[in-house]
Design a protein around this ligand. Structure first.
Ligand SMILES: O=c1ccn([C@@H]2O[C@H](COP(=O)(O)OP(=O)(O)O[C@H]3O[C@H](CO)[C@@H](O)[C@H](O)[C@H]3O)[C@@H](O)[C@H]2O)c(=O)[nH]1
Ligand SMILES: [Mn+2]
Length: 711
């Protein structure tokens, strides 16, 4: 019986390929046009020639980006799973270690983090096969306290969920509109129990908040500190106490690695590697579920769904991870900034899934632990000289050799093991080892997950993508321009940096075991800032040329003008063909397109520029922006109404405003000339491009003004 099914999207694939063929002819024609005219220019030292060269460069940027992008459109697939067909008994299922990451209680409210922890404990999976770890990179004592409280609450919450088959197992979500379907009357007992559990939940919240506010327990980041590892709930002890299956809860562990101010900590990558080692000698499950702290489990069956891939003998030998999409519970209908990043989760990931697998997205994925240590098909190559790779811990090295992949469940977690775990979580442990290089998550890129996933694909591992109707996980997206832009800048800077490093897809990638089309997809992501260069050039050269009276497009009666029109239409259609079938409308497409244009000349562009500057002066940013998960009510309101909120965008406003004004002035001057001279044929191309930008800007301004009027 099949566990999963993979379907190539049709007729989409055929249409995409047909379009690919036609569009490439148009692109070739344009390249020919630009090059041939460049050669015939009489004097190459004129402004005319200069403008011509720049606009050509802009076009080349678009064309190269388009070419890379075709990898993501070559073979899009959709997958289904059939968890009921898993023939394993519960006792035979492989164990899973859940890793939840948090780094700053001010930006990541502790009660919300605990909600994620509780939702993970409540996964529908045998409790003795599940362990939940919180990696607290803030080392905040209040988080530890909250874990203990969360654990007591979980002892009531889990039995309640199991008894009534509740799906929304994140308590906060359950008591919000998200849990409406689960709160419908089941029977009288249910109502009473729900009321009681609600009180307990409020009590839990209060306990945590009060402990923090009263100052009894420190609720801040502790930047310089020794490691702390606490087993909050030990499976073994738990088992002895109760014989009722319904009452059992999984193992729960709090980990705060050592951090020293003078030591590099490598952000989440460093935190994850420490946790890999610590969990290795405690529960050592062969599979990991990785969750950002805001990303709670919204469907308890996700673990079994993921196992439909990991247990499939055809896929499993080379399968490194199963990725679920990031779905956000706070995305509004108009989603003016496109914070849901539709293109990634609805188009690119499906496209890559049909080649070698989706990008590792940082959260919501089930990873094979060994994939981070070796390559597929090599049997335990790392055991040759383990100390050189993994460091000196005997216990950890022994954990790699565990016969069945994980340490026996009956084992008691002794003080010895905790002490060893602390050594494994110390700053010095990684010195002189391969952690962050060959082993574990890579430190060579700030987007540790995407980049480590890329390296996994380079080693020949594959991945799969599952996009179920009910979101398996739900997270929180930034809902203002500042928050979302900072995130974009951070991502683009990290990706561009990877694209400029020695690991770039064009040299390193092409020589590795990655599939060629997959490599194109990574090139698309890592050189995405090409697009913003194309944008910036197109948003400036045509209008500057209008001001200076220079012609950069063919005359209207020139057949080449038609080629440009076709190229433009073909590009827009390609763009629409992605977003409209995904349940969108022309309006939704326009919102998304507008957001991309605005970000393209601001945050995306600055991210790329930042990476290039850092490459030249040879530094790598030591600071990393942490997305805010404590969403401001005011900001949320504006966003939900579909109104732009430009507050705090700072630097980003500079290119945005400059280019808007430039186009406005260029457009007016150009239009004026047309009226005076009654000749439009040589400037129409520029006029259209400029007016397009002006149109975008005006539509944004209307939004902002109408909002100011409303409020
Ligand atoms: O020094 C750090 C910084 C962050 N984190 C955690 O990493 C997660 C992701 O950080 P966030 O600021 O929310 O990043 P996003 O921009 O939302 O996330 C994307 O980009 C990150 C890389 O910048 C990836 O790590 C994420 O998994 C990916 O979802 C959060 O749970 C943090 O608590 C740490 O553990 N240590
Ligand atoms: Mn996040």
């Amino acid at each position: 019986m099949e566990l999963n099914r993979c379907t190539v999207q049709q007729p989409t694939t055929t249409i995409y390929r047909l379009h690919m063929f036609l569009h490439s002819l148009i692109m070739l024609a344009l390249v020919y046009y630009r090059l041939s005219h460049l050669l015939y220019l009489e004097n190459v030292l004129t402004l005319q020639a200069f403008a011509w060269v720049l606009i050509t460069l802009g076009e080349v940027c678009f064309i190269v980006k388009w070419f890379f992008g075709q990898g993501t459109r070559w073979r899009p697939v959709v997958r289904d799973v059939f968890p009921d067909n898993i023939t394993y008994q519960d006792s035979q299922l492989p164990a899973i270690d859940v890793m939840v990451f948090t780094a700053n209680p001010k930006k990541e409210p502790i009660v919300d983090v605990m909600n994620t922890v509780i939702s993970a404990m409540a996964l529908d999976y045998p409790t003795d096969k599940l362990a939940v770890y919180l990696s607290d990179d803030a080392g905040c004592p209040l988080s530890l306290y909250a874990m203990v409280e969360a654990c007591s609450f979980a002892k009531l919450w889990l039995p309640f969920c199991r008894k009534y088959g509740i799906k929304t197992r994140c308590p906060k979500a359950f008591f919000s509109p998200l849990g409406e379907d689960d709160r419908v009357l089941k029977n009288d007992d249910f109502v009473a129990e729900m009321r009681e559990i609600k009180l307990k939940y409020e009590e839990f919240q209060q306990n945590v908040n009060r402990a923090g506010e009263s100052g009894k327990i420190k609720d801040d980041v502790v930047p310089d500190r020794a490691p702390v590892i606490k087993i909050i709930n030990d499976r073994k002890i738990e088992k002895e106490k109760s014989d009722n299956d319904l009452m059992e809860i999984p193992m729960l562990v709090y980990v705060s690695r050592e951090r020293r101010t003078q030591r590099r900590h490598h952000f989440k990558g460093g935190s994850a590697n420490a946790l890999l080692r610590v969990s290795g000698i405690i529960s050592n499950a062969p599979y990991l579920l990785v969750l950002d702290c805001d990303f709670f489990c919204h469907d308890p069956t996700s673990a079994r769904k993921a196992m439909c891939f990991h247990l499939d003998p055809k896929l499993s030998p080379s399968l490194a991870y199963v990725q679920f999409p990031q779905v956000f519970y706070n995305v509004s209908k108009s989603d003016i900034y496109d914070v849901k990043i539709r293109q990634a989760y609805k188009t690119i990931w499906h496209g890559m899934d049909g080649i070698q697998g989706p990008v590792l997205s940082g959260t919501g994925y089930f990873l094979k632990r060994k994939a981070l240590y070796t390559s597929p098909g090599l049997k335990d190559e790392f055991l040759g000289s383990p100390e050189k790779h993994f460091g000196s811990s005997r216990k950890f090295i022994a954990s790699l050799e565990e016969d069945n992949g994980y340490i026996k469940q009956e084992k008691v977690i002794s003080e010895d093991i905790i002490e060893e775990a602390k050594t494994l979580a110390s700053c010095a442990y990684e010195d002189g080892t391969q952690w962050g290089e060959e082993i574990g998550y890579s430190y060579n890129c700030h987007l540790e997950s995407t980049f480590s996933g890329y390296l996994l694909h380079c080693k020949g591992w594959t991945s799969t993508y599952l996009y179920p109707d009910r979101p398996s996980f739900l997270g929180c997206a930034p809902v203002d321009m500042q928050g979302f832009s900072s995130q974009l800048t951070k991502w683009v800077a990290a990706l561009t940096q990877a694209g400029l490093s020695r690991f770039n897809p064009l040299t390193y990638g092409m020589k590795s075991r990655i599939r060629t089309i997959q490599c194109l997809c990574y090139a698309y992501l890592m050189y995405f800032s090409l697009y913003s260069w194309g944008m910036v050039l197109h948003a400036s050269i045509p209008s500057i040329s209008l001001l200076l009276g220079i012609q950069v497009y063919p005359e209207v009666y020139d057949p080449w003008f038609l080629v440009y029109v076709i190229a433009f239409i073909s590009t827009i259609l390609e763009n629409m063909s992605e977003s409209i079938p995904e349940g969108g409308s022309v309006k939704v497409w326009w919102m998304e397109y507008r957001a991309l244009m605005m970000m393209g000349v601001s945050s995306i562009w600055l991210g790329g520029v930042k990476a290039i500057i850092e490459k030249i002066i040879g530094t790598q940013g030591e600071k990393l922006y942490l997305s805010d998960k404590a969403i401001d009510e005011e900001k949320l309101k504006k966003y939900e109404k579909g109104k732009f909120d430009f507050q705090g965008i700072g630097m980003l406003a500079v290119p945005l405003i400059t280019l808007s004004l430039l186009n406005l002035v260029g457009f007016m001057v150009g239009a004026n000339q047309v009226i005076i001279t009654m000749r439009f044929e040589n400037v129409l191309g520029q006029l259209l491009i400029s007016s397009f930008f002006v149109f975008v800007v005006v539509s944004v301004v209307i939004d902002v003004v109408s909002f100011l009027k409303d409020s």
